[in-house]
Design a protein around this ligand. Structure first.
Ligand code: PLP
Length: 429
């Protein structure tokens, strides 16, 4: 579900005309739907309700404080991967006791900070890290709650950069080694073993790898439960969303002729599949969704600056670039792109590349894409940009970061102002 649709021939987010938001705040501009995020959170929460659970939103997917506050107010817990993310969660009014701290390379300073704030658990990914956490906890006269992140070695059909559960990936501790690591950890003075964690990758659209991984790890979970009384089993995030489909509803049939909708794993299907094996471990279950909650809840608005033809090829050069949304360049990912003013059914189509102004051939949003005929100044929405969008933005080419806005019902507000050129040099000495 998402709340982007045409109404009166204008693309709306909930009850707000996106052209109006772009008019007010300028482009490039991310717009998020609070209603969509909350709907996803609440549906997941309801589906997993038969089990004692925490939904730990993966902050790295979209870490704007307004989004974190929205989820904290809804009762969410958080999955953080840095001290900076913990700082953000606290700044948004989140509870550190509901934060799990993941990541393969936590620094001394980050571990200290997380201990001081008393996070729910450290997800430990190596023995060296375990030693460090034990020592730092000892130096602070405290104990560290630790969950072992295991690598279940399952194959996932996703982009190689976002597959994390294969034995050749840098993540986690090999499953057959985990019990031995736990035995060592149990002897450490300042470590409490509280859980087992896994995360097999991202943008996964089938239930098989999730179920397979849970079944592979469950015996270890049961063993550690009886030996050390662990409290939870975290099954990570990774549920995929639809990027490629004609899912923007409107009055004209224009979009319905586009590519057929790809298979999407629904929240209910996902939970229905993982529930039976999870019931058997009889422990608190942690889910760590990122993309699933926010991905389809955001769009990147951009304006067509120039149209250009070279040889046979047509280009629409827009004012957003790879520095604003890097997913197409980094993962070759597909994003649906639609005009904010709805094209009529009879609108001609043109095949074109939609590219940014950055000096890189990799700076594209779409290649050889059939689009309605565009004019300079047209406003476009790059769909499904709510996850791994703004958070990966940079100042490359000395371009100010894009701005962000949040819609609730018929209201919208700026949640990140536009940087100035002064901001670009502000921190340089
Ligand atoms: C990135 C990450 C997630 C979230 O992944 P999504 O695909 O966005 O759901 C969850 N857990 C861990 C440990 C992660 O690194």
């Amino acid at each position: 579900m998402h709340s982007f649709h045409y109404r009166d021939s204008q693309l709306h987010c909930e009850d707000v005309d996106l052209a109006q938001v772009a008019q007010e705040f300028g482009t490039p501009l991310y717009v998020y739907s609070a209603g969509t995020i909350l709907d996803h959170y609440q549906r997941l929460d309801a589906a997993i309700a038969p089990l004692d659970h925490l939904i730990c939103y993966a902050v790295k997917a979209n870490s704007n404080r307004a989004i974190l506050k929205l989820l904290a107010d809804a009762g969410a817990s958080f999955d953080i991967v840095s001290g900076g993310e913990l700082f953000r969660v606290l700044a948004a009014g989140g509870d550190p006791a509901k934060c799990t701290f993941a990541g393969v390379g936590k620094s001394h300073e980050e571990i200290e900070y997380a201990l001081e704030q008393r996070v729910y658990s450290f997800n430990v990914e190596s023995e060296a890290e375990l030693d460090d956490i034990d020592q730092i906890a000892a130096s602070k006269g405290t104990r560290a709650p630790v969950a072992l992140r295991v690598n279940p070695d399952v194959d996932v059909a996703t982009h190689e950069y976002i597959s994390t559960g294969k034995s050749e990936n840098k993540f986690g501790i090999a499953l057959d080694h985990a019990a031995a690591v736990c035995e060592r950890a149990a002897k450490m003075r300042n470590i409490d073993i509280v859980g087992v964690q896994m995360h097999i990758g991202s943008q996964i659209n089938e239930t098989r790898p999730f179920v397979e991984a849970i079944k592979k790890v469950a015996p270890l979970v049961l063993e550690l439960k009886s030996k050390y009384g662990i409290k939870f089993f975290s099954v990570g995030g990774g549920v995929g969303i639809v990027y490629e489909s004609s899912f923007v509803s409107g009055s004209s049939s224009w979009w319905k002729e586009q590519a057929p909708a790809r298979h999407q794993l629904s929240i209910q299907q996902y939970v229905d599949a993982i529930l039976p094996p999870l019931r058997e471990v009889k422990l608190r279950i942690l889910l760590e969704p990122g993309r699933l909650l926010v991905g389809n809840a955001g769009v990147l608005l951009t304006r067509v600056r120039y149209l250009k033809q070279t040889g046979r090829k047509k280009f629409a050069i827009v004012d957003a670039g790879m520095n604003d949304l890097i997913r197409p360049a980094l993962y070759h990912s597909y994003h649906e792109i639609v005009p904010v003013a709805e094209p009529s059914t009879s609108t001609k189509r043109d095949e074109m590349d939609i590219v940014g102004p950055v000096c890189e051939t990799g700076d594209f949003f779409a290649r050889d894409r059939k689009m309605p005929v565009l004019r300079e100044g047209d406003l476009l929405a790059i769909m499904s940009a709510g996850a791994y969008g703004f958070v990966m933005a940079s100042n490359y080419n000395s371009r100010p970061l894009p701005v962000e806005a949040l819609v609730r019902g018929d209201k919208f507000e700026l949640i990140r102002k536009r940087q100035t050129w002064e901001d670009l040099i502000h921190d340089e000495l």
